[in-house]
Structure formats: C-alpha cells, structure tokens
Design a protein around this ligand. Structure first.
Ligand code: FPP
Length: 240
C-alpha cells in the first residue's frame, strides 16, 4: 500500500459513548464495540508492519466517570486480556502497559501481568496499553524518581537532560510515537504522552472509535506517508 509506514502509532480512542447514543444503546455497548475495534486494529498493525501501537484505554481522569461505567470498563479490559492471549500469540504480539497500574483493581493487575508474561517472547508488534495513564502524572512520577536518585547520590543535577528524563518515563523502552491518531473529531491531546508526542504527526478523524477499522487506519497511514517530517529543521529543496 504505502512505503512510509510509521514505526509507532499512538491512538486516542474516542467516541464510544457517542456511537452508543446514536443507536439508543447504553454507553457500555459503545465500549464493547470499541473493544472489537481494538482487536481489528491490533491485527491490522501487525499486518502493516507497524512495530508499536499504544492505545489510550483508560486515563487518570476516567476514574471520575460513573462507578458502573468504570467497573464495566475494568471488566471489559480483564476479559480482553484473558480472551485475546491465543490470538495475540498467534499474531506474534508482545504486550506492555504504561500508567499508574497499581491503581487498577487487583484482578485486572493480575490478569495484565499474566498476559504480559504469556506474550513476552513474541517479536512482532508491541501493543502498549495506557491504563490509569496521565501524561502529567507520568512526568510527576519521573520527577519523583529523579529526586530520589539525586538525594541518594546516584544522580547529579547536571545529569538531568532530555535523555535521562526519557529514561525515567513509563515508556523508557519504547520509541516516541511517529503518528498520533485521534478519533471522533476532537482537536485535543487530553493528557496523552505529553513528552513523547513532541514531534509526532497528528491525524484527527471524525470517525468514531467503534467504526475505526483497518480501512480507516490505512487512510491515516496514507496521510502520514505524504507528510515531510522536519523535527524543527528546515526542509530540503525537494521537500518544500
Ligand atoms: C472513549 O470513548 C473511550 C474510552 C474512555 C475507553 C476506551 C476503551 C475501549 C476502546 C474498550 C476497552 C479497551 C480495551 C483495551 C479492550 P468515550 O466514552 O469518551 O466516548 P464519548 O466521548 O463519545 O462519550
């Protein structure tokens, strides 16, 4: 299809609630349909040769949603993590998670660890789930760790630079996203990967997340592959 496939795609999956509302269904039905899109997009990313896919599955702000919705989302997550292991394994997918994972219900934490372990030998796509994740919370956690290292004499203030901050983020083993996708039309980054998206290309589509499947992903990648990434530099003559 395209030659310029991003190495890392990060997605703000938005619009589950609106999708359900349009159909007169409860919000959780939108999340269920959203989980089907997760399945389809994970498979598609593997097929397209993308190496990292980060999905914003649950933000620190999402804890403020009505309790039944939070519980339903946690159950859905647990179900996905358990149910999908054979399919993910078959597709050579490795699993990772970022966020304040200790804030998740114990059962979800345990299932997450189990699934990560079961898929740890795989070498294809790395699926990164952002759970109880907030970009500012991540920076706070990194600063606290850096502070502890300085206090303990393991780090000098002059050792704080962009590379050392990156090494203290939840994403320390993951390259920065090349492409940030947001579904359902909102022009916001919503506290997602604030440090890591500095040079990411953005793609916003009106499509609601439950309707975002392989053809819509291919559209986003086709759009990305037309862009000239300059990382703050001046473009070459042929790029202009
Ligand atoms: C945003 O839609 C979506 C979420 C807050 C949760 C994302 C969860 C899933 C896609 C399903 C489960 C995830 C996995 C990994 C299996 P919204 O509810 O904010 O939609 P709205 O803005 O239209 O109300």
């Amino acid at each position: 299809m395209t030659t310029n496939v991003p190495r890392h795609v990060a997605i703000i999956m938005d619009g589950n609630g609106r999708w359900a509302k349009q159909r007169g269904l409860p919000r959780i039905e939108g999340h269920r349909a959203g989980a089907e899109s997760v399945r389809a997009i994970v498979r598609a990313c593997g097929e397209l040769g993308i190496k990292y896919l980060t999905l914003y599955a649950f933000s620190v702000e999402n804890w403020n949603r009505p309790k039944p919705e939070v519980s339903a989302l946690m159950r859905l997550l647990e179900f996905y993590l358990r149910q999908e292991i054979p399919e993910l394994n078959k597709n050579n997918v490795r699993l990772a998670a970022i966020g304040r994972l200790h804030e998740l219900p114990l059962r979800a934490q345990k299932q997450l660890q189990k699934s990560i372990e079961a898929l740890s030998k795989n070498t294809g796509l790395t699926l990164v789930l952002a759970l109880s994740y907030g970009g500012r919370a991540e920076l706070v956690d990194a600063m606290r760790e850096i502070g502890r290292e300085i206090k303990g004499g393991r780090l000098d203030i002059s050792g704080i630079d962009e590379a050392s901050i990156s090494r203290h983020l939840y994403t320390r083993d993951i390259p920065d996203p090349d492409l940030l996708v947001r579904t359902s039309g909102e022009m916001r980054v919503s506290n997602f990967l604030l440090w890591q998206i500095s040079y990411a290309e953005m793609y916003v589509t009106d499509t609601l997340w439950p309707d975002f499947r392989k053809p819509q992903l291919e559209q986003a990648i086709a759009d990305y592959s037309k862009r000239h990434r300059r990382f703050g530099r001046v473009g070459t003559a042929e790029e202009k």
